[in-house]
Design a protein around this ligand. Structure first.
Ligand SMILES: Cc1cc2nc3c(=O)[nH]c(=O)nc-3n(C[C@H](O)[C@H](O)[C@H](O)COP(=O)(O)OP(=O)(O)OC[C@H]3O[C@@H](n4cnc5c(N)ncnc54)[C@H](O)[C@@H]3O)c2cc1C
Length: 541
């Protein structure tokens, strides 16, 4: 037992000092407490353990880039805490068990942590809160990861989440905190008390967590941490005109030397950057320019998309699944792991798709439209593979992997929810060409194609053998042949989507296991185009 008693600040996301209401509250003393503060981060094997399953199709354990980003963020947090007279205490294990042990050992009287809407944290928090309230510990768990409290919006909407962006905006209005200044800086923190028998360590290395540093050729250019986040934010908003004119989905998805958007998503994901602070900076900027874009396309509008998905995710049971998810169309996706692996390993034979998937593996980040292209290709565009499997691959490899946003966007792109125009399919050939006719993006991420003439770079299988020889890239040997013929595969996908939609309409959202079996049987009966497609695949591949 420590000699005094104090507060425990439990960092999970929110890895920052600025605009951190939980940290601020934890650092406030009171008359009856000897004022110690224990800033804790628990390394959770749930996300980190790279078990043998890690590379199986669909595994969602965090990949090396994200772990690296997290550890950099923790090191930066530790440095920033040290500047304020404190430090980060890192522990390992199942977080609720570790936390409860610390609360007992350090005789904590006040437990503070940012509220988290993800089901995993909700379950964890029930355990920790139940112990804390039985032990008479004060709990403070404010909402500060998002602009709005998703529960407030759902309440305003009669208990249901709004399912369109516009209805979300109407309900949300201006955030209540936006009229008063945010607490951006803390000048000092109480000292850390005696840590007794708890097993405290420094921020571990990736190797200590069981990852091998040399798993890939090129590492993510994005460094984690609050310091980097604030620098990146400053640089992004320095160019007022760029911010004022920001208009998504315009912007070049193939721009990789200078990405077309802010790349603040990983910092927002881990809370190295406060979305509220970002929002206030944008509002200030908008006040000082003549005209600016507005939601949904403006930069502030992007932050509102984030809040929209957080709200729907929080209010929708089984949001991350097709089965049992009332807002998700029931679609009999393929169980084709061969196609999934080709997509995941950047071996589809479509350079635009493979370059994006390589960027995902190397950098852990790609432009929004690039994500559109590969998600559409995997699901309703070409391969008809289940969106949950693609979601898992993104969840593992993205540095900004975020439960609500990732699932929300996969539901969107697969036309399972939110967006239903399944006839609009991204071409894996012509879409990228519009932005990057020379194929520089492909040449960078797929060096095997670097000498392919630009006429063939998006469809190298059409290059005559003499050209392939000259480019030192024989299709089928050095780079794969396409796994499907896009024209027939996309036609087949449209037909299957039309059938699935018709059946969903009939069943008006109430899909039992039997209904789903019927739906499958119905689609199985009409296998002809699928067989035709496989035949084509054989011809090509
Ligand atoms: C299939 C798919 C999966 C995705 N998975 C994720 C994910 O796991 N994590 C994630 O943060 N984003 C995800 N996105 C959304 C979007 O692609 C990224 O947020 C964006 O590309 C990040 O780059 P940026 O920070 O430069 O964005 P900017 O355009 O600069 O936008 C600023 C911020 O707004 C938010 N934002 C932007 N677009 C969206 C959007 N469509 N939905 C919700 N929030 C948005 C992000 O927090 C972003 O950092 C996904 C998109 C698709 C199509």
């Amino acid at each position: 037992m420590s000699s005094g008693s104090g507060s425990l600040m439990w960092f999970r996301k929110g890895l920052r000092i600025h605009d951190n209401p939980a940290l601020e509250y934890a650092s406030k003393g009171s008359n009856f407490l000897s004022n110690f503060l224990y800033p804790v981060f628990v390394v959770d094997p749930h996300y980190m353990k790279p078990d043998p399953e890690a590379f199986s199709p669909g595994s969602s354990k965090a990949g090396l880039n994200r772990i690296q980003f997290l550890l950099e963020s923790l090191r930066d947090l530790d440095l920033n805490l040290k500047r304020l007279g404190s430090r980060l205490l890192v522990l390992k294990g199942e977080p609720s068990e570790v936390l409860i042990r610390c609360l007992k050992e350090w005789d904590v009287k006040k437990l503070c942590f940012e509220y988290d809407t993800e089901p995993y944290y909700q379950a964890l928090d029930v355990k920790v809160k139940s112990h804390a309230s039985t032990a008479g510990i004060e709990i403070y768990s404010p909402v500060s990861h998002t602009l709005f409290n998703p529960a407030d919006i759902i309440r305003k909407n009669g208990g249901k989440p709004p399912l369109s962006y516009q209805s979300f905006l109407k309900l949300a209005g201006e955030p209540s905190w936006a009229s008063s200044p945010l607490s951006i800086t803390l000048s000092s923190l109480p000292p850390v008390g005696n840590t007794g028998n708890c097993n405290i360590s420094e921020v571990p290395t990736v190797e200590e967590l069981g990852y091998e540093e040399t798993q890939q050729d090129e590492l993510s250019p994005f460094r984690g941490g609050e310091t980097e986040a604030l620098k990146r934010l400053r640089e992004s908003i320095e160019n007022k005109e760029w911010v004022a004119k920001f208009e998504k989905p315009k912007g070049d998805p193939s721009a990789f030397l200078k990405p077309a958007t802010t790349v603040l998503s990983p910092y927002l994901k881990f809370g190295c950057l406060s979305s509220r602070y970002f929002y206030i900076c944008l509002k200030d900027l908008y006040k000082n320019v003549k005209t600016h874009t507005v939601p949904p396309v403006s930069l502030a509008g992007q932050l509102l998309w984030r809040d929209f998905f957080y709200t729907v995710a929080f209010g929708t049971p089984s949001f991350d699944r097709m089965r049992g998810n009332k807002i998700c169309k029931q679609i009999p996706w393929n169980d084709d792991d061969e196609l999934l692996v080709a997509w995941r390993e950047a071996r589809t034979g479509f350079p635009w798709i493979d370059a994006i998937m390589t960027q995902l593996r190397m950098w852990g980040w790609m432009h929004h439209l690039a994500r559109h292209c590969v998600a559409c290709f995997l699901t309703r565009g070409d391969l008809f593979v289940h969106w949950e499997k693609g979601r898992d691959v993104f969840e593992r490899l993205l540095i900004d992997s975020d439960w609500a946003i990732n699932n929300g966007n996969w539901l969107w792109l697969s036309c399972s929810s939110f967006f239903y125009q399944y006839n609009r399919i991204y071409s894996p050939i012509s879409f990228g060409k519009k932005y990057d006719p020379n194929g520089d993006y492909i040449r960078h991420f797929l060096p095997v194609l670097k000498d392919m003439p630009k006429e063939y770079i998006y469809e190298p299988w059409t290059a005559p053998l003499s050209i392939q020889n000259k480019a030192k890239c024989i299709i089928g040997r050095d780079y794969p042949k396409p796994v499907v013929a896009h024209d027939s595969a996309s036609k087949d996908c449209r037909r299957r989507m039309a059938e699935a939609y018709a059946l969903n309409q009939k069943m008006s959202g109430m899909v039992s296991a039997e209904d789903l079996r019927n739906l499958r049987r119905k689609l199985e009966e009409d296998k002809k185009p699928e067989v035709e497609n496989k035949r084509q695949r054989k011809l090509i591949g």
